[in-house]
Design a protein around this ligand. Structure first.
Ligand code: FES
Length: 254
């Protein structure tokens, strides 16, 4: 697929936010899915060779957005792409979140892991859920898109490790044991996801987590994204890109 970049703007810190036009993509995608994006605009540039995976952050009728962090060559190329440029990407990939209705849900996101939770919040609101967002980062430069989240979340709780925004400390310290959530959705750094799964297990709440594994192909062919899942007969391998990236958090063998 291909689409025109509508905007590609720098937010605080090393975060960027891009919108790409493609109505066909929007018709096919669902919250929690991802896509593989070619970060170089010109075909004669072969480095980096591989496309990069990005979660779908938000959609409207004519396009989708991605939130990304400047971490290396691929994302540096991406950051330099100008408005109006045509870029290439895959169809929506992976399984996506299972959406509940008429429930009390917690979204727990950390750093750039917040990205898939915005589109999720939008779709969960359409299904009459009461949504609390728990959003953590190292500092205020890791906290973004709050005005967008406000449109869909009933409550937003923020924490930063250095105390520059919200409560000082880890986001998992904000999880309210008395809030009796029906479902938790989580995406972020592994220690945060593990701590959130522990919270869900202690309180007997369903939890889905979106894993952010390194992916080379995105279509199940390279086996570079294997993760381990507990099943009745023992631990089995799953491909994060095809069977995931969203899994039952209680089944992950971390
Ligand atoms: Fe190649 Fe998952 S990224 S199998």
């Amino acid at each position: 697929m291909e689409g025109k970049v509508v905007f590609n703007k720098r937010l605080n810190g090393k975060y960027y936010y891009m919108k790409v036009e493609n109505r066909d993509f929007v018709r096919k995608c669902k919250p929690g899915q991802f896509f593989m994006l070619k970060t170089q605009v010109y075909d004669y540039v072969v480095d980096p060779l591989l496309r990069r995976p990005f979660g779908i952050c938000d959609v409207d009728e004519d396009g989708f957005t991605l939130l990304y962090l400047l971490v290396g060559k691929g994302t540096s190329l991406l950051a330099n792409i100008e408005e109006g440029t045509l870029i290439k990407f895959s169809e929506p990939l992976g399984n996506g979140f299972k959406l509940v209705a008429d429930s009390k849900v917690a979204l727990v996101g950390g750093g750039v892991g917040i990205a898939p939770l915005l589109y999720l919040a939008k779709e969960l609101k359409k299904k009459n859920n009461e949504i609390t967002l728990f959003y953590g980062g190292k500092s205020k430069d890791d906290i973004h898109l709050i005005d967008e989240f406000k449109k869909f979340c009933d409550e937003i709780k923020i924490s930063t490790e250095d105390g520059t925004l919200g409560q000082k400390g880890r986001v998992t310290a904000l999880l309210d044991k008395t809030a009796s959530f029906d479902k938790v959705y989580c995406c972020g750094p592994k220690p945060m996801m593990k701590a959130t799964v522990d919270f869900a297990l202690e309180n007997e709440i369903d939890i889905e987590v979106s894993l952010d594994e390194k992916m080379a192909c995105g279509i199940g062919a390279c086996l570079g994204c294997i993760i381990y899942i507990k099943e009745k007969n023992g631990i089995v391998q799953k491909r994060c890109c095809v069977e995931g990236p969203v899994f039952d958090g209680t089944k992950i063998a971390w």
